[in-house]
Design a protein around this ligand. Structure first.
Ligand SMILES: CCCCC/C=C\C/C=C\CC/C=C/CC(=O)SCCNC(=O)CCNC(=O)[C@H](O)C(C)(C)COP(=O)(O)OP(=O)(O)OC[C@H]1O[C@@H](n2cnc3c(N)ncnc32)[C@H](O)[C@@H]1OP(=O)(O)O
Length: 289
């Protein structure tokens, strides 16, 4: 056993814990950030990236920046694969931290949306093999980010999908495109016009996820098996094939950057949408949704 140091906040106080880490599994603490934990398995050279921002791993500006920067570091480390999951079984992420949308400040909205897009693009475009272990609910932004991975496994009895329309918001067109890539245009049209959240079984039947697992542990070992299955595939050829199969989506998304940011700022920054968001937050807090 190695010993490692872990710092956590507990009831607002910073607590230092001594962790016992199995010999082959080194937790590189200085790699982790405030809201995203990283472990690199020395034996398999695979990284597990765990979202860790209570209560629901809401995607605020900090989480997005940390996630993007950690992924860049893992690219430099040339790990064999990255598994993305949640530190809290039950919720992969509640999607965008709605507090980030509660403003009409156009500069702030523009900064947030640019970062959100860049983080998605980083994940979508990384040459690394990526597997999402969706070990909990994954609405909206959570679903979007998992569609950027190369493979998705999901635990039973949770929900995934783009629920924006149900909230009175409109999902970005590139989220719709990405879901249509996976489940087909007709099913995506139905899903987004209804703001539909799918159960694990439904998502599997449609192809929104690739496999169902019983729990996080099984999800992690399944993800490792997927990564291992690429061991004998020539790395450069795999990377270029990934780039080629994703190029068309990427070109469109980049070409439409200015329009997308302008639409987001106008849509979210309008007084009408701000009222909708405020009402949704109230519902969420009183659990009336
Ligand atoms: C017209 C032209 C249009 C052009 C458009 C162009 C561009 C548009 C681009 C974007 C549009 C907007 C895109 C939005 C994407 C999103 O991601 S929006 C977020 C959607 N997410 C949700 O709806 C999830 C809501 N949350 C839940 O369903 C549940 O909380 C949960 C995740 C399933 C967890 O349930 P659980 O019972 O465990 O926890 P609680 O519900 O009790 O929640 C705990 C605590 O956390 C707060 N909270 C939950 N989710 C969020 C969130 N997303 N942001 C902020 N806060 C959240 C909740 O309120 C509780 O707080 P507390 O009461 O203070 O404890």
């Amino acid at each position: 056993m190695f010993k490692g140091i872990c710092r956590e906040t507990h009831n607002g106080n910073m607590v230092t814990k001594i962790l016992k880490i199995p010999k082959f599994f080194t937790c590189i603490r200085n790699f982790s950030s405030e809201n995203v934990l990283v472990e690199v398995n020395n034996k398999t050279n695979t990284a597990i990236l765990r979202l860790s921002r209570p209560p629901v791993n809401g995607l605020n500006l900090e989480v997005l920046n940390e996630f993007e920067s950690l992924l860049s570091q893992l690219e430099q480390q040339k790990v064999n694969g990255v598994i993305i999951t949640s530190n809290k079984e039950g919720i992969l992420t509640g999607g965008i931290d709605i507090a980030e949308l509660q403003t009409i400040d156009q500069r702030r909205l523009k900064k947030y949306w640019t970062t959100f897009r860049d983080t998605f693009l980083k994940l979508y475009n990384t040459p690394l093999l990526t597997v999402a272990v969706i070990n909990g609910h994954s609405p909206a932004g959570g679903c979007l980010f998992s569609t950027a991975c190369d493979y998705r496994v999901m635990t039973r009895n949770y929900n995934i999908g783009g629920n924006e329309t149900q909230l009175g918001l409109v999902a970005p067109i590139w989220f719709m495109d990405r879901v249509a890539d996976l489940i087909g245009h007709r099913q995506a049209e139905l899903a987004f016009t209804q703001g539909k959240l799918f159960s694990t079984d439904e998502a599997h039947k449609l192809g929104l996820i690739d496999e169902i697992v019983e729990n996080t542990a099984e999800g992690l070992s399944k993800a490792q098996i997927i990564i291992n299955s690429f061991a004998n595939v020539p790395k450069k050829a795999r990377e270029i094939s990934k780039r080629f199969t994703r190029q068309q989506f990427l070109d469109k998304m980049i070409r439409d950057t200015d329009d997308d940011i302008r639409h987001f700022v106008n849509h979210i920054g309008s007084n009408e949408t701000q009222k909708i968001i405020e009402q949704y937050m109230q519902k969420l807090k009183s659990k009336r949704f």
